[in-house]
Design a protein around this ligand. Structure first.
Ligand code: ZN
Length: 273
């Protein structure tokens, strides 16, 4: 029998299975990841890159879309282990199985495989869409490189085809899975809350790149609003049923804190719940 997404369905009705799928690594410095220069700013600080998969008895939701192969080749120092779509395939998840693609924000490392998901409805906060397609993003040099025009074009066409859902604020997308606008890192940054057998998981994505952003109350240097970053930290903490159920966006520690997913023959995916 070939692998299928059914192997990932959760055991308990009304709950979701949640996986983190790491697909790349890059060595950086602490100063690239924490706002404000300090004596540790030049210390090495690795970044991991993930997409997240949530599966219920009916639905398959991919949270963020990672970096595609062509862009990956252009990111300095990126150790790329393959497209997130290939990682999904190794788990038995075909691109057409993905019914929903929740985009936490529209930075290039979160939208790179949107064009590879033929059946997905994309979910984005209206404030995020309007920011990246509005006047400011193109004028602000430190922002411009962070989005991928070809991904935005795909998402624009998806809207014309009725395959993009723009949301405002907090929305329950499916029973037990909701999105929450927190802002901060970007204008329309959203986090995803998922009901699981262990309680409510919060996929914080870049609302907290690392565990340390949240625990030390330290914003990242790439941001839209400092007060909203701190507000996002508070909101994430409120929305999660336990600290260990908060999943940061780029922390290599996620794969150390959670067990390997038994359904992944490659041994890369971890099971959050
Ligand atoms: Zn980001």
């Amino acid at each position: 029998m070939t692998a299928s997404v059914d192997r990932l369905r959760p055991g308990a009705p009304g709950t979701w299975r949640v996986l983190a799928l790491p697909y790349a690594m890059r060595m950086g410095e602490r100063g690239q990841h924490f706002l404000g220069h300090d004596s540790r700013s030049t210390e090495p600080h690795p970044t991991a890159y993930y997409v997240w998969l949530a599966v219920s008895d009916k639905d398959v939701v991919l949270v963020d879309a990672g970096i595609g192969p062509s862009r990956a080749a252009a990111v300095p120092g990126l150790q790329y282990s393959g497209s997130p779509v290939e990682l999904l395939a190794s788990l038995g998840v075909r691109p057409e199985d993905v019914g929903w693609s929740v985009l936490t924000h529209l930075h290039y490392d979160h939208t790179g495989t949107v064009a590879d998901l033929p059946a997905a409805t994309y979910v984005v906060q209206r404030a995020e869409w309007e920011y990246w397609t509005g006047p400011w993003a193109q004028r602000i040099t430190r922002e411009r490189w962070l989005c991928a025009p070809e991904d935005l074009e795909h998402l624009a066409r998806a809207a014309e085809d009725g395959r993009r859902r723009d949301v405002d604020g907090d929305v329950e997308l499916l029973p037990g899975l909701s999105v929450h606008h927190v802002g901060g890192h970007t204008a329309g940054m959203q986090v995803v809350r998922v009901r699981t057998g262990k309680g409510h998981v919060v996929l914080a994505s870049d609302a907290s790149h690392f565990y340390e952003n949240l625990t030390a109350d330290r914003p990242p240097p790439i941001l839209h609003s400092v007060p909203q970053v701190h507000g996002a930290f508070d909101r994430i903490t409120q929305l999660a049923d336990a600290a260990e159920l908060i999943v940061p966006g780029h922390d290599p520690g996620v794969v150390q804190r959670h067990p390997a997913e038994p359904a992944d023959p490659a041994g890369r995916a971890v099971r959050i719940a």
